[in-house]
Each structure stands twice: as structure tokens, then as C-alpha cells.
Design a protein around this ligand. Sequence first.
Ligand SMILES: [Fe+2]
Length: 465
Amino acid sequence: MASWQSDNPHLRGAFAPVSEEVEEADLEVIAGQIPPELCGAYMRNGPNPQFAPISYTYPLEGDGMVHAVYFSEGRARYKNRYVRTRAFEIERAAGRAVFGGIMSPVPIDPKLLSPSDDPENLFKEGAFIGLVHHDQRLFALGEVEPAYEMTMELETVGKWTAGTTEPVQVGAHTRLHPGSQELFALAYDLVSPQVSVHCIDANANLKRTFQVTLPAPSMIHDFVLTNQYLVLVIGPAVWDFQAAMQGGEMLQWRPELGTHIGVVPLDGGPETWIEADPFFVFHFANGFERGSKIIVDFVEHERLNVGTALEPHQPPHLQRMMIDPQARTVARERLVDDAVEFPRINDHFVGRENRFIYVPTLTDTLLAETPPSASFNCLIRVDTETGTHLRHDFGNRFAGEAVFIGRESGEDEGYLATFLDDQEAGTTDLALLDAADIEADPVALIRMPQRVPQGLHGIWVPDSK
Ligand SMILES: [Fe+2]
């Protein structure tokens, strides 16, 4: 446990940070067995403030901590490490939190900065949202900030420059192009409506950057990339730096602006923008082309809701959007009635036509009184072809995003990995489910040497990569 406590629901219970950085060589398997062919690492990032924060808005602030489980020859070992961003080191030297967050920036005492730090930069780099592995290199990602390179043993290397002379701003999610295998990343701006789209080659060098102009400076957490298109769904979540400087809200929900769906050809052709009623998207499951149409599967939020002061709203649902760029139309239909978030697919199918989506939901077998947002205890396997949903309810244990670990070439031939946090017992297990038989008992339950808090996004890195 951390040495401090908070009343913030996203810093208590299953979300309470841990401060120990530990290693355990041979983890106990408490049910089933580790498939002997599993060779690689499951890694998961999440916000884990090292000090009681000055402000905390989930899931937009914090220090990154990566928890990793390494598999080899039927055995597993564990390691966790903070992402040692510059802001983390400044706060560690100070012995307390000195930054505000992206939602509530505060001036930093110049005495705490070194000559190479930018005193104008009020925003804390946390690199706490996601991870990406590209060109045999591991990167931790934040909302919009430099990506931090880490070793596979979770030592922080530093800010990633992508072969340039400066750190490159990268958003929370990246997408691999299904054909060229180039990595695409977005960097939006908190002041300007310009979004930079970075294309990163197979050697992790920045190949080109182009600009897309939005109706207003907007929050873009994720996007879709198909063979020919970048697809942006811009909800009216607008950054207002001026308002924040005068005590107002930094990130504002302005439904009168509506949601703008942008289809941006990767060959530089004319963009198509289609307006819709206001809604917000944090995460896309996938997007792909089918003939002249674009199919996008995503979690639709009625509005942007962050932190704990939530406005009344409908729970988020898994939706399918069919975009016809020529006719400039968008049709949306619901895929699952349950409230869900953090959808994932077999990563091999990103940008290509896929059938299965794995997504967590919350059921009443979780006995927590008022679980905060992003609390889950059940995984659903959605078959978009037949419309069937199969589930695995973990009961009174918190679960998270399911990361797909491929075994064979079939889309659902593999395992789903998620941490299970048992608040009653004070233990965390890594669960491996058979993705094709999600209702069956877990393939393995592996006991972690310490509690692993609820986090955000994970990846699987096979040893051969
Ligand atoms: Fe995310």
C-alpha cells in the first residue's frame, strides 16, 4: 500500500495505489496450469500516484506504474516498476506532489526544476495510460505527452525522440497500419484545433507528420486506422485553457457543437466530415473497410464523464457505426445492452475485418457497495457475426481490460489475460481464459506477490518480437 490515503473513490479500494516495486521469480499457480507454449510478457499500465496528489481526475492524471508477468516454459515471474517520467523524478526529489494535473495545472516552484526543464510546461507527464511495443521497443503512453521508452525489464530509458532531435508528443492510443505495419499516433493540442498525425516506420523513426484541423481544440483519446483511412470521432469535449486560467473548467462538454466524424484518406485526398448528435468515445474496439463502407466498433458514451462528479448519464454501450463516406452518412446500432468499456480484439486483426470483441462489464455478483466508474467483474465475448454473447463472471473480484494472447492464427485461438483483484481476500491473480471458450474455468489463475490495483491498458509482447 502507499503510505498515504485518499477519499477519492478512484484512489481507494481496488483502485488504491501501491508503492512497492517488487520482483517474484516463480509465481504460484493456484488453479489450472500455465500453457507451456506461452512465451512472452503480459504488461499493464495504470495511474498510480507516488504521492498524495494535489488534484486527481480519473483517468486523466497520475504516475504510470507497469505490472508485468513474464512467461517461459510453463512458469511465470512478476515485476512492477513506476514509469520514471521527468515529473516523477521532480516529485520524488521534492518528496511530495508538486504538479497539478491536466485538469488543474498549477505553477511549479522554479527551484524544483533543472535548467533543461521548461518552466512554462505546467502539465505533468505521467505516461500512465497505455503501452505499445514497436521495433522491439517498449513505450509507455500518457494522454498527450512524450512517450517514455522502457526496457522489457521496466527500467525507464527516457523520452522517445523517434529519430528526431526532440521528444515526440504522442496520444494515449496508437494504431498499427494493417498493410504497411507503420505505427500511427496522434498529438492533439490543448489550445489549437490542429491535430498532428504521426506516421512512425518499422524502425521506430518518425517518417512523416500531417495535420488535421478540428472544429475546436478537443480531447481525442483513441482513433481508428484502416487500410486507406484515418477515422476520427470528435465529441464536443473541448479544452479551454483560458477558462482554466480564470478558475473555470479546463475540459468542457459543449453538446451544442455536436460530434464530428472525420474520414481522412491516408493518401492526402480530401477529408469527409459528417455531423452527428453529441456523444463521446474513449475507446474503439476496431475499424475496417468493407467495400466502400467503413465499419467502426466502439463504446459510445452519452457525454464525457471523468472523475467522480459524474453528470447523470446513460451507461456506455458497445456500438457499431457504419460510415458511407461517399453518401456522407453514418448509421449506428447497439451490439450489446450491457454497460461496458475497454473493448479489445485479437491485435492481429486491428484495421482488418474481425468478428470477436472481448469487453468487460459489471454485474451484481460484485459485492462492492458503490463501485466507482470503470469497475468490472465480468468479461463478455461478443460475436458480431452471429450476435451471440458469452460471458465469464468472476463474481466478487474486480477484473479489467482483456488482453488477447494469440496461440494459433484463428481469430479467437488464444487466451484472454486480466488481473483479478479480490478485495475481501486482499489478493490479486492473473487470470487466463480460453478466448474461444470464455465460459469455461480459467486456463490458469496465477497469484501475484502483491495486490495489483485496477489499471488501464495492457499488451502482450511475445518473446520472438
Ligand atoms: Fe484508453
